[in-house]
Design a protein. Sequence first.
Length: 82
Amino acid sequence: MYIHLGGEKIIRAVELVAIFDISIEQSSKLSKQFVAGARKRKDVEVIGEEESKSIVITKQKIYYSPISSSTLKKRAHNFVTN
């Protein structure tokens, strides 16, 4: 199964690790360090040109998505329950 993250980006549901609201990046020192490390390794991708609303963590990359975390979580939940 696949999950649409916005723009033309689709990931395999089995690759998904976590979905967070974008606000976690500013509220948590640990998340800032995690994202900084991924940026250093060039493992971060911003999807589209719209303002990012969520951060999607996969086994290989971190995606900044213009779709809200609640919407993405619903999409992911639909794949898990089906």
